[in-house]
Design a binder for this molecule. Structure first.
Ligand SMILES: [Zn+2]
Length: 443
């Protein structure tokens, strides 16, 4: 237990959903009562809350409240205490929160009753409490960013800069950073942004108001499992993920296997330094290969040297736009990178237009393993992780980081001549490398 914060761990669950799309598929149940792996999704949530010490639980109900109450009762069976708040008229997620805000504790974690999740709730709650934001939003990449609510964040401060709810207005490519529908809320701070009696939505109405007022919302990035199961297709997907243990595989509490990928020559075609997003073109099998890793519950990271920043060729904002295009192209084929790490440095000084403070000999430019090592530490990754790349610098960095290296015949095909090194494996294509990894992982 974290004793530095004087807040009881309380959870609020929005369980008023009708589940219309599931009802059409034959479930005559309120959405949170739809069974997954033998028990209602709401019961899975209660167990998760209990596991992380959130023993005071408020459930906001509306549709078929009695079925929920009858099943969960006062919560004693799960060693938690449940308080029901029943909405007479459904007014959306923010409308429901507005109606009952005075009954809720000062700080709480907010779950949507139609999500199946295996997230370390106390880790997120502590992150929220250690900052003084109005709210904290869990964000993650997903396999359908084009029809998701995108959150634009400042990667250095974790602050939310902008919300781009679906449908997206313009064709501007966005990074794949999606609202996962799990929030921590500061009751006193959010109160003034909630309007009682009107239909409103937290993500679409309340959060934008907070940002417009210049107050802080934080993002909390994690790759743990969370999925909504509000349609028959999504329900089937969650059930099949459970069957192959994906929610456990992605859990923060155990070491996870990651596949690191180089960028140019591995994911996109090698064409020298890329300074314009039109130069970025996916290699044919890149998206499908990455999707296979995503589907198997392996984390996928990209590690790339970007001396274009130190050279002053492009700014970090421009590089971010190039990576937004990469995210978008992968997303259109249902694939995603969990995160992309880049080294902005370059060691040789003395060129016109360069950014002097980035012209250093750093520990993150491949062949140095700095970016890989920091990712391994930050995300609790296993030493049986992999690196796939097309240059000797990729292979050298992988070996220095102590993970398995795979050299491809795409891009430079190892003929860059930078370091004398030999890889653990050689594969012709990314597809072959992914075949090899999935076989070794038994996936
Ligand atoms: Zn660096």
């Amino acid at each position: 237990m974290n004793s530095s914060y004087n807040y009881e761990r309380c959870a609020v669950i929005l369980a008023g959903g009708y589940g219309t799309r599931l009802r059409d598929a034959g479930f005559d149940l309120p959405k949170p009562m739809v069974p997954i792996d033998g028990k209602p999704v709401l019961e899975h949530q209660i167990e998760l809350c209990k596991q992380y010490g959130f023993k005071q639980i408020y459930i906001i109900t509306h549709h078929q409240s009695e079925k929920i109450k009858e099943y969960l009762n006062d919560g004693k069976r799960w060693d938690v205490s449940i308080c029901y708040l029943e909405e007479a008229v459904a007014k959306g997620t923010a409308g429901a929160l507005a109606e009952f805000i005075h009954h809720l504790p000062d700080q709480f974690i907010l779950l949507y009753g139609d999500t199946y999740l295996n997230v370390n709730l106390s880790r997120m709650f502590d992150f929220h409490l250690s900052n003084s934001s109005v709210a904290t939003i869990m964000v993650h990449p997903n396999n359908h960013p084009s029809d998701s609510d995108i959150i634009e964040i400042d990667e250095k401060t974790n602050l939310v800069k902008n919300l781009s709810p679906y449908p997206h207005e313009n064709e501007k490519p966005l990074r794949n950073c999606v609202n996962a529908a799990l929030y921590c809320i500061n009751r006193k701070k959010i109160k003034r942004y909630l309007v009682q009696g009107l239909f409103s939505d937290i993500a679409k109405h309340t959060f934008p108001k907070i940002i417009d007022a210049g107050e802080n919302i934080l993002s909390y990035k994690t790759f743990e499992y969370i999925k909504d199961m509000g349609t028959p297709e999504r329900l089937i997907k969650v059930q099949s993920d459970i069957k192959i243990n994906i929610p456990q595989k992605l859990s923060f509490s155990k070491k996870r296997v990651a596949v690191f990928l180089d960028r140019d020559g591995t994911i996109n075609t090698e064409c020298g330094l890329i300074t314009n997003l039109n130069q970025l073109e996916l290699i044919n099998d890149a998206a499908l290969s990455i999707k296979r890793l995503n589907d198997a519950g392996l984390l996928v990271f990209c590690v790339t040297n970007q001396p274009v920043i130190a050279r002053g060729d492009i700014t970090e904002q421009e590089l971010n736009r190039i990576h937004a295009k990469l995210d978008t192209e992968l997303g259109l084929q249902g694939a995603y990178l969990d995160e992309l790490f880049f080294c902005p440095h370059h060691p040789d000084k003395g060129y016109p237009g360069e950014v002097a403070n980035l012209k250093i000999k750093c520990s993150c430019r491949k062949p140095e393993p700095g970016l890989i090592l920091s990712a391994m530490n930050k995300y609790n990754l296993s030493e049986s992780s992999y690196f796939i790349g097309d240059t000797t610098t990729d292979i050298f960095a992988a070996q220095k980081a102590g993970i398995t290296s795979i050299l491809l015949s795409t891009g430079y095909a190892g003929k860059d001549g930078k370091v004398a090194v030999s890889p653990d494996y050689k594969c012709n294509t990314l597809t072959d490398a992914v075949d090899l990894i999935l076989k070794r992982e038994g996936a």
